[in-house]
Design a protein around this ligand. Structure first.
Ligand code: DGT
Ligand code: CA
Ligand code: CA
Ligand code: ZN
Length: 585
């Protein structure tokens, strides 16, 4: 984009965010007019003299100041500030045809809708009708607008794709003609975004299965269909490929269509080196010249593990099939890393009650954690800097600590810690002083604002927080949003070294919108020996279900259970909490 285009886009974004925040119409219009004027310029706006800028239509002193700021720094502080105040998913709603900022604002303030998923839920539950001027016709228009927007989307987040695939596998699996069905592809490998959903089935009646698949209610368009493969586009704009394979070849087909392509290539090379051939129909003995006899029966094909075994490998979990060292690690005879699994997770160490921006009371959140089989919960409401999230000031923290500790009597089986998710301010200092932090049982420190700050500053900021003796965990360390915003540009290796040195844990925020740390960073941190917390950042009951996305990310990062705080038994976890603060007091 041209410089003028960028500056204009920045003003347009300022206008949009201001509008969502309910700023007055004059200011919003002035920002829009500036955007249009700058866009239409034929010279570089950043190289113009102040007098020339002021002579332009709709450009006043504050606009000039913003342009000059952009010219020197490439950003606008006001924009950074506004972005931090408005949920990243909210502006996307403005791309829905016929949906204006006033309605989006009402959706946010009245119904707590923060993104497309939230809007869809509100439509599904009927809550949307509580908005003014939202009759049945408007809702229909809204639905059409959403479907259209989503058709044009690229990769979707795993948290959207997985429920779709699960419903499909469950429904089609109920058909009498379906012998076996499963999803593969990047979804099975647990990637944070999914290009399309790949489903594999064995069936006694492929045409009937394909017909059922094409006729599903959520299918918007059939892209291609035949005896062995059908591709459709759902109303939510997701492509789904369904392939039908013979039951006795399911394992080899599943292996092939799970990928990754790089992993498959290495697997085929391995087969060739052992005088065999591997494809989606099975693993075959090859002749001297490498050919497979016509009609030859496979050496292995029914289960993936049969094929792995025939190639001298233990079964490799899909999350680790990326050609990143798995062939050595899983060679028969080598000692397997004990990678963390769902069942290991018995603690939630980052959650919010209705004291800040959560939905549940202390007792509700503790009871939910207990019902999930957890033994420990740390309640970490927001600190005072998060005003829009009703962050707690010092006096409220003191009261809250007492209320959390009082819950211990009602849940004797649970280890309950009074904590905080304290803001890491832009200079790396924390939003509470040490005296207050020392009163808390558990401290998660997270970056929320200034997520576009310059890289050197961002590094110094995070290193300072990591070195703070009263901090247990760094929450969502980069502040990124998947498909949303890049977050802090950090020198991750330096962070991992510091986290290891200061024995500060790093979080995998399990929310599928965040997945922060991301998989590659988990691998880096785990290799250095850092401790990792996998937390759901619970605001509502359903957030506990985000855990699997965090665990998949951990597995993709080869996180050993021994380096995961949430996998510790209660005593060990408490001992870790105490020793973290050794020498402080
Ligand atoms: P996606 O959909 O972009 O998120 O990523 P995948 O990994 O699901 O890729 P997709 O849907 O194109 O194909 C599914 C799997 O099928 C892929 O992981 C590996 C396998 N596959 C597809 N095309 C090829 C190919 O040309 N060579 C090999 N070896 N495998 C392939
Ligand atoms: Ca795929
Ligand atoms: Ca595909
Ligand atoms: Zn949080």
């Amino acid at each position: 984009m041209s410089t003028n285009g960028k500056v204009a886009a920045a003003f347009e974004e300022l206008a949009v965010l201001s509008e969502i925040l309910g700023e007055n119409a004059f200011k919003v219009n002035a920002l829009r007019r500036s955007a249009r004027t700058i866009e239409a310029l034929t010279s570089n706006v950043c190289e113009l003299e102040k007098s020339a800028l002021l002579a332009m239509d709709g450009v006043g002193a504050s606009t000039v100041a913003k342009i000059q700021e952009f010219a020197t720094s490439g950003t606008m502080e006001e924009l950074t500030g506004l972005r931090a105040r408005v949920p990243a998913g909210l502006t996307q709603l403005l791309q829905i045809q016929g949906l204006g900022p006033k309605t989006v604002r009402a959706m946010w303030t009245d119904l707590a809708i923060e993104d497309l998923a939230g809007l869809k839920t509100a439509i599904d539950t009927g809550a949307i009708a509580r908005l003014p001027r939202m009759g049945p016709k408007s809702v229909e228009n809204l639905k059409e607008g959403i479907a259209f927007l989503e058709q044009s989307r690229g990769r979707i987040r795993i948290g959207e794709a997985l429920p779709i695939a699960e419903a499909l596998v469950r429904d089609l699996g109920l058909l009498a003609c379906v012998q076996r069905i499963a999803y593969g592809g990047s979804l099975r490998r647990g990637r944070e975004t999914i290009g399309d959903i790949d489903i594999l089935a064995a069936s006694t009646d492929a045409p009937a299965l394909m017909e059922k698949f094409r006729g599903r209610e959520d299918v918007a368009k059939v892209l291609a269909t035949g005896e062995t493969k059908t591709s459709v586009l759902t109303k939510h704009g997701v492509q789904i490929d369904l392939r039908v394979v013979p039951l006795d070849r399911f394992g080899s087909a599943w292996l092939y269509f799970t990928g990754s392509t790089d992993h498959n290539i290495r697997l085929r090379e391995r087969a060739i080196a052992q005088g065999m051939r591997l494809n989606e129909y099975g693993l075959f003995h090859a002749a001297e010249d490498g050919t497979v006899a016509e009609g030859a029966l496979p050496v292995a094909s029914v289960e993936e593990s049969d094929i792995h075994a025939a190639l001298g490998l233990q079964w490799i979990p899909p999350t680790m099939r990326e050609d990143r060292g798995e062939f050595d690690a899983f060679a028969i005879g080598s000692v397997l890393p004990r990678i963390v699994v769902m069942e290991d997770i018995r603690a939630e160490l980052h959650c919010h009650t209705n004291a800040s921006d959560g939905k549940m009371t202390i007792d509700e959140i503790v009871a939910t954690a207990q019902s999930r089989g957890f033994h420990t919960i740390a309640i970490t409401d927001h600190s005072k800097g998060q005003a829009q999230a009703n962050g707690l000031d010092e006096a409220r923290v003191i009261t809250h600590i007492a209320a959390i500790h009082a819950a211990r009597a009602r849940f004797p089986a649970m280890q309950i810690w009074a904590g905080s998710e304290v803001d890491i301010l832009s200079d790396g200092t924390l939003d509470y002083d040490d005296e207050l932090l020392a009163k808390l049982d558990w401290v998660v420190a997270s970056p929320h604002a200034a997520l576009k700050q310059e890289s050197a500053l961002a590094n110094a900021r995070m290193l300072r927080a990591i070195a703070h003796p009263l901090v247990h965990v760094i929450g969502h360390p980069t502040g990124r949003v998947v498909n949303g915003r890049p977050g802090l540009e950090l020198a991750m290796d330096a962070l991992f070294g510091a986290a290891k040195k200061h024995n500060t844990a790093l979080e995998i925020n399990a929310q599928h919108l965040r997945l922060d740390l991301r998989d590659a960073d988990v691998r880096g941190a785990a290799t250095v020996g850092c401790m990792i917390a996998i937390d759901c950042d619970v605001h509502a009951t359903s957030d506990f279900d985000e855990l699997r996305y965090g665990v998949l990310t951990a597995q993709r990062g080869w996180l050993p259970a021994s380096q995961c705080l949430n996998a510790m038994d209660p005593k060990t976890l408490n001992a870790w909490r105490m020793q973290k603060r050794c020498g402080v007091g």
